[in-house]
Design a protein around this ligand. Structure first.
Ligand code: SAH
Length: 369
């Protein structure tokens, strides 16, 4: 019955716009990131691309186009796509975008509720939960996914931590209001870190559980995860807000009709990996995209387009993604990688064979060859 199960309003005609919907370059550079990590990890024979909350499917579509363009590199690799999506309506949109609508659905199937083949011949599977995705070497992607998951809110008071709860306003009909719990709750007992210094905190336990699962899977089967979202590194307090028709919307008015969102706390995600993987970031979107070579890609697209309207559109979308006052500064990239990807095992006995580890693209300068 919720906002996303009824379709969600992603895109210019909806409630909010996301980076992959702004420019194809965003997804292309993320596609390059996966290919770059696949090479750095010794070109495993197969990998699964697992996207959490794929929205309209645009990002996966852009990534698969890159995989297809680099087919000379990937031709011997067995690639499959696994989409984790709860919204029946959005999964239909994704199927149309990625397969042209040719899918087999099996709602009774305990694992994949839908299957299809991409326009470029890659098998695609849909699931409701990350736990249903088969184990195996996987590259995970979560773009504006974690901010959509529900949070708990807490307020520090003279009597200790109290949970912010939603109540029916007794004075105004059809109106909800926020109240403070009169005493501590199971959530205040379990979700506040003992070393917490802020007075108001938002915690998303569901994000913590999912990150834990990703970290376990990467530790066991290999791969990497890339998380892109707006957020902070454990510094912000009250960020819960709603969007409707691209305007701020009171979160308690007309529930289920607006996009509800809270900034992602990357320090919490890092903690929830429990040291099973290494983490990189968060770094700002504009730094990540710059390191990935967005300027060069923009130049190529500008040179290849003959009409000024397309060129203006390219420049406008570049500005949306990169301008610090638009999406450049508030969006961040964060990665989970196996420890061995960043720390070379002890090479004491053969120091002369020590070659430097290849840098992780995006988080340092990309060496374009
Ligand atoms: N990544 C897309 C869409 C972001 S919106 C983009 O950047 O454009 C959030 C997405 O997560 C939607 O596809 C929504 O249906 C999905 N979603 C929300 N809650 C979910 C949950 N608990 N499990 C799986 N998917 C979920």
């Amino acid at each position: 019955q919720g906002y996303y199960t009824r379709g969600g309003g992603i895109g210019e005609s909806g409630d909010f716009i996301t980076s992959p919907e702004i420019s194809q370059v965003f997804g292309e550079l993320i596609g390059i990131w996966y290919v770059s990590e696949w090479i750095a990890m010794g070109r495993p024979k197969a990998f699964q691309l697992v996207e959490l909350g794929p929205g309209r499917g645009t990002l996966t579509d852009d990534i698969l186009r890159v995989f297809n363009q680099l087919s000379s590199l990937l031709s011997k690799c067995d690639v499959s796509v696994h989409l984790v999506e709860v919204s029946p309506k959005l999964s239909e949109t994704q199927a149309l975008m990625l397969t042209g609508g040719k899918v087999q659905s099996n709602p009774e199937d305990k694992s994949a509720y839908m299957k299809g083949v991409s326009k470029t011949g890659i098998p695609i599977f849909w699931y409701r939960d990350i736990q249903d995705v088969p184990p195996g070497y996987s590259f995970y992607l979560a773009q504006e996914f974690f901010d959509a998951l529900p949070i708990h809110k807490f307020q520090r008071t003279e009597k200790g931590w109290r949970e912010v709860l939603v109540d029916i306003d007794p004075e105004v009909p059809d109106q909800l209001r926020f109240v403070l719990s009169p005493s501590s709750t199971p959530a205040t007992e379990n979700f506040i870190q003992p070393e917490e210094t802020r007075d108001h905190v938002e915690v998303c336990p569901e994000a913590g559980v999912i990150i834990q699962r990703l970290a376990c899977r990467i530790e066991k089967d290999g791969g990497a995860a890339l998380v892109a979202d707006y957020g902070h590194d454990g510094t912000k307090t009250d960020t819960f807000r709603g969007f409707r028709n691209h305007k701020l919307h009171d979160v308690l008015t007309a529930p289920g009709t607006a996009d509800l969102t809270a900034d992602v706390d990357f320090s919490y995600l890092r903690k929830m990996t429990q040291g099973r993987t290494a983490t990189l970031g968060p770094i700002k979107q504009r730094e990540f995209l710059k390191n990935m070579g967005i300027d060069l890609r923009l130049q190529v697209l500008l040179q290849n387009s003959s009409d000024t309207a397309t060129q203006e559109q390219l420049l406008h979308s570049y500005d949306m993604l990169m301008n610090p006052k638009k999406m450049g500064d508030c969006f961040n990239f964060f990665a989970l990688l196996p420890h061995h990807r960043l720390v070379r095992p002890d090479t004491k006995h053969k120091p002369e064979s020590k070659s430097p580890l290849p840098p992780v693209a995006g988080f340092g300068e990309l060496l374009l060859k």
